[in-house]
Design a protein around this ligand. Structure first.
Ligand code: 13P
Length: 253
């Protein structure tokens, strides 16, 4: 049985004070939960606040990106080893905003994934199609390409050490959520793609859903057989909403 994970992607939001308030609210709200894993991914400058405030909790924290390089003359980049060094557990890799706005390619994303795994950071690989791709029947082709980038470069074993998040681009920040059936279909397809190389690894792989997940729709999404939690954007910025989604994970575990 896969343990559900609810992870918050704060994106480029908040101040130092807001980060501390949010972390304290989440900490208090999820304190009694036993069956769900909870994580937050604040912006880089606020990671130290998560490290401090969450040190005595089971809540994990992660970055929103990581360098594809191990170290050296790469101005502005942050290595997986540095993140690991101060207690970071996860790194979001290949978010569609980075694919679209920062020109990240599948090849680059596979290198980032590999660096994370090598340093003991758990990568959360984001995959997902645009509205245009969905409407032209290309959803499976696109997510297969995203998932295969890591499979081909690093082998199926890489998925034994990471997490996948299916985030349809048309559902991100739009208020439009994939229906549980739409999401389940893609999650099952992704798991099958990995199972073709290793059933054991596919069975253990957590595949999160992301895209306008909220307290009102989290339970029915997480109840799907192949949906193992959520990667939450907007609703992760309000402690009460994020905690309610974590509770849905706890109740569905
Ligand atoms: P929203 O929950 O705001 O749609 O964002 C989802 C997301 O991009 C998480 O990585």
């Amino acid at each position: 049985m896969r343990r559900p994970l609810i992870a918050g992607n704060w994106k480029m939001n908040g101040t130092k004070a807001e980060a501390a308030d949010l972390l304290n609210g989440i900490k208090a709200g999820v304190a009694g939960m036993q069956k769900v894993d909870v994580a937050v991914c604040p912006p880089f400058p606020y990671l130290y606040i998560a490290a401090e405030l969450l040190a005595d909790t089971a809540i994990g924290w992660g970055s929103q990106d990581v360098s594809q390089e191990a170290g050296g003359a790469f101005t502005g980049q942050v290595s997986a080893a540095m993140l690991k060094d101060f207690g970071c557990r996860y790194a979001i890799i290949g978010h569609s905003e980075r694919r679209q706005l920062n020109g990240e390619t599948d090849a680059l994303i596979a290198r980032k994934y590999a660096q994370a795994v090598r340093s003991g950071i758990v990568p959360i690989l984001c995959v997902g199609e645009t509205l245009e791709e969905r409407e032209s029947g290309k959803t499976e082709e696109v997510v297969a390409r995203h998932i295969d980038a890591v499979l081909d470069a690093e082998g199926v074993e890489a998925y034994g050490q990471g997490i996948v998040a299916y985030e349809p681009v048309w559902a991100i920040g739009t208020g439009v959520t994939a229906t549980p059936e739409q999401a389940q279909d893609v999650h099952a397809f992704l798991r099958q793609r990995v199972a073709a190389k290793s059933k054991d690894i596919a069975d253990g792989l957590r595949i999160l859903y992301g895209g306008s997940m909220k307290p009102g729709n989290a339970a029915e999404l997480i109840a799907q057989a192949d949906i193992d939690g959520g990667l939450i954007g907007g609703a992760s910025l309000k402690a009460a909403d994020f905690v309610a989604i974590c509770q849905a994970g706890e109740d569905n575990a």
